[in-house]
Structure formats: structure tokens, C-alpha cells
Write a protein that binds this ligand. Structure first.
Ligand SMILES: [Fe+2]
Ligand SMILES: [Fe+2]
Length: 445
């Protein structure tokens, strides 16, 4: 079968291209992570209809791929894609089929492919999405389907349900590599996705002037990750995600100013709480397999912003404040202020332009509880988003550990005491993963 070849070292971007192209064209789409990988696919499958290639990649970049193909006299329409301006690309790659300037990839790629490949006669009702991509996203705001035949699809996951490794395994074991979303949902999703592409590609370029993480919180996170049985690399991934989140926060001068004031003292309770929470949230999300830049960044961003309107003094007795805010009888000014801090923070967040979706939900819901006894809205577990679920469990864990240095003991006790609390809906799914990791690492000892 003829095919389209996508070459990009960013997994997320490859998977988005695949979704876009399979939605529009009746052709197979092959994915390569580097120029060298692309060449070996061409060697085994023959010439593709068109190649869409990233410029900067390790192990054979876009220029290397293009030159090798030209030397071999393999005449394939070649499209180069980069954050560099088109004029620069034109100079490097004169006379090729097309140029795409990131992040505006979606319309451009469809147009460029359309000039060599014929589109679907009738647009498909369902669009394939790679299972590994769904896992990296962690959650989707649409229903997922499994394909039984050309015309028959069955629903396998509700919208806003957490997608965790055991879900992925269930389908991969059946030999499936993709699940499906409705064409309308795919369109909606793809419309919202370009912003995260630009963040992922721009990240390396602008180091931030804000530092939220003290060395102590980094060290605590390393030790906690170890005690929780999280794999190597989670903390590094978390650091990257938190930096990305800081960069987003820094784009809004008023928010940046507020942060600078609050983070002036890197030993303040606020800095420690926010730093620890941001890192642990991102690390746990990565451990859950929710490894896309945007999923982790959302949790990091929510952690940075969630308590931004609170004074440091609240942290002295945070558990008491939480209890007071949950009880509807206590109406002192301080308690009301505390009860409203998720709403205040979410409102402030909305002043940041180009915010990724979901972050305001996480912040609004970070004090909700499974049984509807939380605040500010008293939601029950079915209405709490998967990302907020992770956030709530992680913050609960941090408060539970408190000042104790015996992480193993506190973590084990947490698992024991909270199993009942987190026993339904997304809470259960996420908590089970936490529990399994701890059990595995304790068995090894
Ligand atoms: Fe907090
Ligand atoms: Fe809070």
C-alpha cells in the first residue's frame, strides 16, 4: 500500500500528524523518529508518496535525509517543517515541494499533501488515534471507540476518564495499535492542539528568570520518587515540565510580578510547597505514562498557580484550614478567603494568554473530595477531572508526610489509610497505580 512518511523526533508531533493525515487521506502513514530511521523504512517499504520531515533531529537531521535522497536520485515530494521562518528554509532547501513553519502545521500539512495525494471521497466517521499517544495524554475529553469492522465501532472509554497503563495494555494485548474518536471530536481536538506544539518546540530557546525549586525540594522529590517506586528519569522529566510551566506563567507580566514577590524567599513555605507539588505532580504524571509535554505541563502550571492568592501563614496549619473550609458552618473572614482561593487563583490564571485547556479545572477542583465534601463546589468523584485527581492525591500525600523524614513509613501508612478514600472513579484508577508501584518496590527490598 502507498504511504505517507512522517519524520520527527517529537513523539507527540508525529502522532498529531498521523491523526491529521489519516483523517484526511485514505493512505497508510508511517512514522520515523530520525533521518536514519526514515531511510531504513524507505529501504524496506519502497518510495513513499510524500515525506514530511522535521529539520532538527538527532541521528540524521532533515538536511541529511534530503541530501541522501537526492544523492540516491530518489524523486519524492519533500516537505520540511521547522520553527525557522520559511525564508530561511527556502534558502536551505531550494525547490522542494513545500515548507511548514511550526506551530501552524495542521492546515499546511493537509494542503501540501493534498497536492500529491487524493483525499477521502467521503470523510471517515471515525479517526484513528495511536494508543501510546492516548496514554501520554492521560485523558481525553471525548469518547474512545474500538473498531470491529469497517462500519462497526464500540465505545470502550467514556470522555474525561483517566487512561492509564492497564487500559493501554488491555488493547495492545489484543494486537491493536489504535483506538478511534469520532470525526467531530477529532476536529475539535486538532483545533486546540497547535499551541502545545509551539511550546514543545520553543522550550529549549528561552531559559526563565524564575526559579521555584530549592535544592531541598529537589532532593526530597528524588527520595520520595524512590520511596514510591517511580522509575529513573521521572524527576528529570518533571524538572523539564516545570520549567515549561514557569515559562508560560512568565509570559504575563502581572503574574510574573506576583510570583517574583512570593518566591523572593526560596525557603518560604509557599516556595517549598509549590516546588514540591509541581515536581511531584509532573513526576507522577510521567510515571503514569502521561508523558506528553502538554499533560505534564498542565499539572506543573496548576501547581505553580493553585495557591497563588494564599498568604504564607496558612501553611502553618494547612490541615486545620482544609477542615474548616469543608465545614459549611464556619464563616469567619479567613475561612471564607481560604475557601475561595481555588476560584481566585483560577480567575487570575485566566489573564494568561494562550493557556492550555484543563489547567483552570485542576485549580478549581484541587480541594474537592471524592464524596462531595470538599470545596468550593462540593463535587463528587464522577465530576472531578483525571488531572485534578492526580493533583488531589499528590497534595494529600505531601500534607500527610508533613515534616517527617521517614518517607517509606509515611508512604506505606498513606497507602493503607487512603485505600478506602480513593476507591472509585478516576481516583481509584490513579491510586491503584500509586499503590502497585509502592508494592513492587517494597517487595524488592
Ligand atoms: Fe496547596
Ligand atoms: Fe489550595
Amino acid at each position: 500500500m502507498n504511504y505517507i512518511l512522517i519524520v520527527d523526533d517529537e513523539e507527540d508531533i508525529r502522532d498529531i500528524y498521523e491523526m491529521v493525515l489519516r483523517r484526511a487521506f485514505p493512505l497508510d502513514v508511517m512514522l520515523a523518529g530520525s533521518g536514519s530511521e526514515a531511510l531504513s523504512i524507505i529501504q524496506s517499504r519502497g518510495k513513499p508518496e510524500i515525506i514530511i520531515s522535521d529539520l532538527r533531529m538527532p541521528d540524521g537531521d532533515g538536511l541529511y535525509l534530503y541530501k541522501t535522497l537526492t544523492e540516491k536520485k530518489l524523486d519524492v515530494p519533500f516537505v520540511i517543517c521547522s520553527t525557522d521562518p520559511v525564508a530561511v528554509l527556502q534558502r536551505k532547501f531550494p525547490g522542494i515541494h513545500g515548507y511548514i513553519e511550526k506551530p501552524k502545521v495542521i492546515d499546511s500539512v493537509v494542503k501540501l499533501v493534498d497536492s500529491v495525494v487524493t483525499k477521502h471521497e467521503v470523510p471517515p466517521s471515525y479517526v484513528p488515534v495511536r494508543i501510546s499517544f492516548l496514554l501520554r495524554l492521560g485523558t481525553v475529553h471525548f469518547e474512545l471507540f474500538m473498531r470491529l469492522s469497517d462500519k462497526k465501532y464500540v465505545k470502550v472509554l467514556n470522555s474525561d476518564e483517566a487512561f492509564i497503563p492497564s487500559d493501554a495494555e488491555r488493547f495492545l494485548k489484543k494486537g491493536l495499535s489504535h483506538l478511534y474518536v469520532s470525526n467531530e471530536d477529532a476536529e475539535q481536538y486538532l483545533n486546540s492542539v497547535e499551541q502545545s506544539i509551539s511550546r514543545a518546540s520553543d522550550y529549549e530557546r528561552c531559559p526563565s528568570e524564575l526559579a521555584v525549586m530549592s535544592l531541598e525540594s529537589l532532593e526530597s522529590v528524588e527520595r520520595l520518587a524512590h520511596s514510591l517506586g517511580w522509575r529513573e528519569g521521572v524527576v528529570d522529566a518533571a524538572k523539564k515540565a516545570v520549567n515549561l510551566a514557569i515559562e508560560v506563567v512568565s509570559t504575563e507580566p502581572n503574574v510574573l510580578k506576583l510570583f517574583k514577590q512570593k518566591l523572593n524567599d526560596s525557603h518560604s513555605k509557599f516556595s517549598n510547597h509549590v516546588g514540591l507539588l509541581a515536581l511531584l505532580n509532573c513526576a507522577f504524571s510521567y510515571q503514569l505514562g502521561w508523558a506528553s509535554e502538554s499533560s505534564q505541563m498542565k499539572l506543573g502550571l496548576a501547581a505553580l498557580m493553585h495557591d497563588i492568592t494564599l498568604d504564607d501563614s496558612y501553611y502553618e496549619n494547612i490541615n486545620e484550614w482544609n477542615q474548616a473550609a469543608c465545614s459549611s458552618t464556619n464563616k469567619t473572614f479567613e475561612v471564607i478567603k481560604y475557601r475561595n482561593h481555588p476560584v481566585d487563583a483560577a480567575n487570575l490564571l485566566l489573564t494568561i494568554k494562550n493557556l492550555p485547556p484543563d489547567v483552570d479545572q485542576i485549580i478549581l477542583q484541587h480541594h474537592e473530595l471524592k464524596d462531595g465534601s470538599g470545596f468550593p463546589r462540593g463535587l463528587n468523584s464522577s465530576r472531578i477531572s483525571p488531572f485534578a485527581t492526580v493533583f488531589i492525591i499528590v497534595e494529600d500525600l505531601i500534607n500527610f508526610i508533613g515534616d517527617s523524614k521517614d518517607f517509606d513509613e509515611r508512604v506505606d501508612l498513606f497507602i493503607l489509610e487512603r485505600t478506602e478514600r480513593y476507591n472509585s472513579g478516576n481516583f481509584k484508577k490513579v491510586f491503584e497505580v500509586l499503590k502497585e508501584n509502592v508494592q513492587k518496590v517494597r517487595l524488592k527490598k
